[in-house]
Design a protein around this ligand. Structure first.
Ligand SMILES: Nc1ncnc2c1ncn2[C@@H]1O[C@H](COP(=O)(O)OP(=O)(O)OP(=O)(O)O)[C@@H](O)[C@H]1O
Ligand SMILES: [Mg+2]
Length: 465
């Protein structure tokens, strides 16, 4: 596992998120503490529970964005959930324990990926063998040699050797053998990658509300169904290069041990798992007289045992939440963290405030992040063969307008940049494909021309930007 130091984590976050240094630092420390804890002896490990983190700050300043980036940074099971999606136990909707089940599913996916990586050379070999057989099929046997043969086939099918059975019906003549050698060689040289081949694949069992419910009761609906029902096979015709991937997956599945995967996934969730609860302020009951609010506090009360540490049944087995790290975030526009029920507040000892963004921040947000808004538009226009350029003055102007509009109307943080850019570039996006120009430069004058009328008229501003 690649361990990232707090500074390294912050450095990666810096590539995407402007400012908010306090939040980045706290998050980085919390993550690294997980690694520190794992270095200790078991007894000490048990004692040290994670210091959960609560991020508060105005809307549109990077709380959710930090969470999204964390998912890529941490080499640990990570899920992000919205508190608003949950309903109190007994009501229709997602129960809070589903966040732990999601976490374990994520851990299973990670563990599976690791194990698949391990068996990849063998699985690839098997897949290639199958491709050879599919590309140079044997000669179909016309009539059964004897009843005895049929009996044997039947027996082997009953014993679970169904797959081989198909091949048994094919005769591998010398000619076929030669063909196969030829195909194998071409395949090896990568000459057949685009050739189409029809493969039979098992259809994944569909997730259903029923299986979700069974999962809640700790039952493994998936494997129960698998045990009861014959697997449904579907035929798919694919180019060799894609078929190989599918076959590798199938072969890998046969080669790995799922009991081990599940067990390790549970351990991984328990020791390294991170659950990000977004929009936690939305489960604060604002006005007690409103009866609908009661169930919001119910959600808080339901979340409490999970954050405090309890055992949740999942289809992979029971999971203890004692050492799962929880990070919560909310805008707290009409409330404060102290409006959360006291027990829950206590479970989030580390508090970080995210700051409102300045005009300078906006300039940086437009330009600097790896996937910055301006870079996105430049890339989009490139699809039309147009080079889109923004002058520095234009960028400053856009940032200034965004800041002013935020002050004058609702402050929606960096989200304002998107609405403004979309309006600003409307004509360019519309005309783009028909334009003869190879390059378009957005100047300060262009920005003023396009947006000037709108920002001087407050009603228009509210409506459009
Ligand atoms: N500090 C920042 N650096 C870079 N981009 C940012 C920053 N803050 C916000 N953004 C951009 O603005 C958009 C909204 O940000 P985000 O979703 O993080 O808001 P939030 O703080 O979660 O707000 P809310 O409380 O409304 O959920 C995102 O697309 C994000 O890319
Ligand atoms: Mg958010």
């Amino acid at each position: 596992m690649a361990i990232k130091t707090p500074k390294e984590i912050v450095r990666i976050l810096n590539e995407y998120i402007i400012g908010q240094d306090e939040a980045k630092k706290s998050v980085a420390i919390a993550l690294y503490n997980r690694y520190r804890r794992m270095q200790l002896n078991k007894k000490m490990q048990k004692e040290i529970t994670p210091k959960n983190l609560l991020m508060a700050g105005p809307t549109g300043v990077g709380k959710t964005e930090i969470a999204r980036r964390l998912a890529d940074i941490v080499d640990a099971p990570f899920v992000k959930v919205e508190a608003t999606k949950f309903t109190e136990v007994g009501y229709v909707g997602r129960d809070v324990e589903s966040m732990v089940r999601d976490l374990v599913s994520e851990a299973v996916r990670m563990e599976e990926k690791d194990q698949f990586e391990r068996v990849k050379p063998q699985a690839t070999k098997e897949a290639n063998k199958q491709l050879v057989r599919l590309l140079a099929p044997g000669v179909k046997r016309e009539n059964r040699e004897s009843q005895m043969q049929q009996m044997q086939d039947m027996m082997s099918m009953l014993m679970g050797g169904g797959n081989q059975n198909n091949n048994d019906q094919e005769e591998v003549t010398d000619e076929v053998r030669n063909q196969r050698m030829d195909v194998a060689e071409k395949l090896n040289k990568g000459l057949l990658e685009d050739r189409e081949v029809t493969i039979e694949v098992e259809q994944a069992p569909k997730a259903s509300p029923m299986s979700d419910m069974m999962g809640q009761m700790g039952m493994d609906m998936g494997s129960m169904l698998n045990d009861i029902m014959p697997k449904k096979k579907v035929k798919r015709t694919l180019p060799v290069k894609d078929a190989r991937e599918v076959l590798i997956q199938e072969e890998s599945r046969k080669m790995v041990d799922y009991d081990t995967i599940y067990q390790r996934a549970i351990e991984r969730s328990q020791n390294n798992g991170i659950i990000f609860i977004d929009e936690i302020d939305k489960i604060i009951a604002g006005n007690k007289r409103n009866s609908g609010e009661v169930s919001r506090e119910g959600v808080q009360r339901d979340i409490l045992p999970i954050v405090e540490g309890s055992t949740v049944n999942t289809k992979y087995g029971p999971v203890s939440t004692d050492h799962i790290l929880f990070i919560a975030a909310g805008a707290f526009a009409e409330s404060k963290p102290s409006d959360l029920i006291p027990e829950l507040q206590g479970r989030f000892p580390i508090r970080v405030e995210l700051n409102a963004l300045t005009k300078d921040d906006f300039v940086k947000i437009l330009k600097d992040p790896q996937n910055s808004l301006l870079k996105q538009y430049v890339a989009l226009m490139k699809a039309d063969g147009i080079k889109l350029v923004f002058t520095q003055e234009a960028v400053d102007k856009i940032a200034e307008i965004a800041f002013d509009v935020n002050q004058g109307t609702d402050n929606i943080g960096a989200r304002r940049l998107s609405t403004i850019l979309e309006k600003l570039l409307e004509d360019v996006l519309y005309e783009g494909p028909d334009m003869e120009m190879g390059e378009i430069t957005i100047t300060e004058a262009y920005v003023e021309d396009k947006l000037g009328d709108i920002i001087t008229n407050k009603d228009l501003t509210k409506f459009i930007l």
